[in-house]
Design a protein around this ligand. Sequence first.
Ligand SMILES: *Cc1c(COP(=O)(O)O)cnc(C)c1O
Length: 387
Amino acid sequence: MSHAEFEKGYFGQFGGSFVPPALQEVLDYLAEQFERYKEDPDFQNEYVYYLKEYIGRENPLTFARNLTEKLNGAKIYLKREDLNHTGAHKINNVIGQILLAKRMGVKRVIAETGAGQHGVATATACAMFNMDCTIYMGAEDTRRQALNVFRMELLGAKVVAVSKGQGRLKEAVDEALNDLVANYKNTFYLLGSAVGPHPFPTMVKHFQSVISEESKRQILEKEGRLPDAVIACTGGGSNAIGAFAHYLHEEKVRLIGVEPDQAATLTHGVPAVIHGFKCLVLLDEEGNPQPTYSIAAGLDYPGVGPEHSFLKESGRAEYYTVTNEEVLEAFQVLSKTEGILPALESSHAIAYACKLAPTMNKDQIIIVNLSGRGDKDVEQVFHMLKK
Ligand SMILES: *Cc1c(COP(=O)(O)O)cnc(C)c1O
């Protein structure tokens, strides 16, 4: 790989690839195949076909009239990723990567999952494309998320419980990487967020950019102008980078990422290498990744995508935290005002919109990326509100 190509994996000082040589070879090949197929008209047509026929895109940009009236400020629009098949944005990326795996002639897909959402999305697409599917999951996580394990099994996936170490996401990632290095000839590692070594952050952004491609066209149709702000929650950062992508060069559009206050990577992190790439990381006093905690399982990760790390450092995007109480309140407010139950992850974005909108004028516009639906979280919210 030439120096110029390697530089592609960098966002300022962040990103890159810090992995053993055997894995680097596999990633270089993947980067080359991705670059080749993403420009290929047949590949693009196939991707667009499945976005429409399987995921149900394009999804609406809904004017949240009641929430807007209640907050008495900027107009709020919701980008409805919650209406996608499987109920969140993750499937956009999964379909893109599976189509790439198919072009590469691979029949076996592996992935790792923490709470199970990415595992379920991957198992779903593997069922449809008739791919052999193995999902690595920490043993502790398989106990806490037994129903998601069963969902994946119903979809035909094999779930491997990893009991090494703490039996959490980190150990599952290590096992998945070992599998990839041993079986790279017939195996595709399907990564679920805009994290990891190059080319994953670039590839995941590419497949999630459909969110802002649509929202930009939709807001121009509805309002004849661009929004003043786009707000999204950030875990690894895939729904946020997809929601920001087509506005990055529109300097008047504020781009706002929202994190849990107990997993505030972008707000409190420092540059460090984690899981083979450089990003802002929450470190403890000894310099080890700090345990994070979020009521939204999808936001519980001590690192974050390298491009968000760069957007924070360069000042192009802003990142804020919200508390669990604010998130729970937002979950209920959107349910009551609009009849839409948001995922707890997405409720972070709603919570910040509820603070920002009243400080803006009534002719201003906010787009909130509603990354997923809240049905999966109802039982958890039930227990939290009861106590
Ligand atoms: C997984 C998930 C997230 C967090 O992941 P990102 O890569 O940061 O987008 C957010 N919302 C929902 C609904 C999710 O399932």
